[in-house]
Design a protein around this ligand. Structure first.
Ligand SMILES: Cc1cc2nc3c(=O)[nH]c(=O)nc-3n(C[C@H](O)[C@H](O)[C@H](O)COP(=O)(O)OP(=O)(O)OC[C@H]3O[C@@H](n4cnc5c(N)ncnc54)[C@H](O)[C@@H]3O)c2cc1C
Length: 373
């Protein structure tokens, strides 16, 4: 019998983008942090992803995109995986993506899993741990992809509706009922037990995610999509830095590091009552940086701590991981780039929140509110 032909699905888009050259590097960097690999081939970029393959090319004030997958759901998901980071980084350009190719209609989000709150605990006055239960969670069990996006259902929702994807690669909310979504770190995961743990930092200007976490009780529902964002890489010397939003990632990384490594973990907290016991190699010194009553996102504690580090002369075995408020993120990023000259591939660092912007406002502002200067 001749081998069965696998049906392929393909689409392409030529996006008018006059400023494409200035945006290309941050767009590629953002795509790479969403669990995709990028290979340069002449003037083109070949992209590998869990959903299929894509091609990206900047040419004559245009961005040319093409995608190929083996299912209609994956086609829309891959379009979304590109359209999302590109639209976000170049938010100021108001790009329009007109795709041509195979028609798929609305499709479900392939990576969406439904989580149900199993248990909640206050680890500290400001950190609420929520253990969720769900099925088929193994795709989130990745030490190189630590983050996810949560979709919060209202309490007591009897018939939860979940978003789908349209042929433009945009999220479609059923009945125009948009739910709040936010990015969180997977603090722990056990697919065999069907468990995912998220540590929510409860902050004073609570937005929808914090309000949901404060009210959460067993049975409440959230969707999870992802995973995304790079994790730690092998090294001998580590510097980890973050505020309460970076602490879940720091704690997860510390407990998996080999025993023989050295370095520092700097964690900015509200006060002594926010310290948590951390499992760590003995060569990593943990320093809790007390805000002492100052508002989150207003101090120089983290940059001052990172500045105090004496780095090894050979940086090829050093690694930095961090997550914190945008102003501290920018200062630390500049220090690592200009003073330490830490190579790009020796760091994974994200702006986790912005002192004067909600997540929706960050998305509307784009690169300016998220990237380093
Ligand atoms: C990659 C990544 C991983 C993250 N991991 C975690 C995690 O594991 N745990 C966690 O708690 N957070 C984490 N965050 C941060 C979290 O997504 C934001 O704090 C988010 O804005 C909270 O949503 P919200 O609805 O409460 O507030 P929003 O509606 O987004 O914002 C409302 C107001 O609250 C302020 N605000 C937002 N977050 C904070 C904060 N942390 N402290 C003080 N003020 C704040 C904003 O400036 C805004 O004025 C992560 C973010 C990213 C990008």
């Amino acid at each position: 019998m001749p081998p069965r032909q696998i049906r392929r699905y393909a689409a392409s888009a030529a996006v008018a983008f006059p400023g494409v050259d200035a945006f290309l590097d941050p767009i590629l960097a953002s795509i790479a942090t969403h669990d995709m690999t990028i290979m340069r081939s002449g003037g083109r970029f070949e992209i590998g992803s869990p959903y299929g393959t894509a091609r990206l090319e900047a040419r004559s004030r245009q961005l040319l995109l093409s995608v190929e997958t083996d299912s209609p759901d994956a086609l829309n998901r891959l379009k979304h995986a590109l359209v999302g980071p590109i639209s976000f980084i170049a938010a100021s350009e108001k790009l329009e993506f007109a795709w041509t190719g195979d028609e798929t209609g609305l499709t479900p989000l392939e990576d969406l899993r439904v989580l149900r709150v199993r248990d909640t605990t206050h680890l500290t006055p400001c950190i609420r741990r929520i253990v969720f239960e769900g099925e088929d969670l193994s795709r989130f069990d990745r030490d190189d992809q630590l983050h996810c996006r949560l979709i919060f259902q209202p309490k007591g929702e009897a018939s939860p509706q979940w978003p789908a994807l349209n042929e433009r690669g945009h999220i479609h909310w059923p009945g125009q009922r948009k739910l709040a979504t936010r990015v969180y770190t997977i603090r722990a995961i056990d697919p065999a037990k069907g468990e995912i743990t998220i540590d929510f930092a409860l902050h004073g200007r609570a937005g929808p995610a914090t309000r949901w976490a404060v009210d959460a009780s067993p049975g409440d529902l959230a969707g999870i999509v992802g995973p995304a964002a790079d994790g730690p890489r092998p090294a001998r010397f580590y510097v980890l830095a973050g505020d309460e939003t970076g602490l879940p990632g720091i704690a997860r990384i510390l407990e998996k590091l080999d025993g023989g490594v050295h370095g520092f973990a700097f964690i900015e907290i509200d006060g002594p009552g926010e310290k948590l016991p951390l499992v760590r190699p003995t060569g990593i010194e943990v320093r809790w940086l007390d805000r002492n009553g100052a508002e989150p996102g207003t101090t120089t504690l983290l940059i001052d701590a990172v500045r105090s580090v004496v780095w090894p002369s050979d940086l090829s075995h050093s690694f930095f991981w961090g997550g914190c408020e945008h102003a501290a993120f920018r200062q630390i990023h500049r220090h690592l780039r200009t003073e330490i000259r830490l190579p790009r591939e020796r760091q994974v660092f994200y702006s986790h929140w912005h002192r004067s912007l909600s997540e929706e406002q960050i998305v509307a502002a784009g690169a300016e509110a998220y990237l380093p200067d």
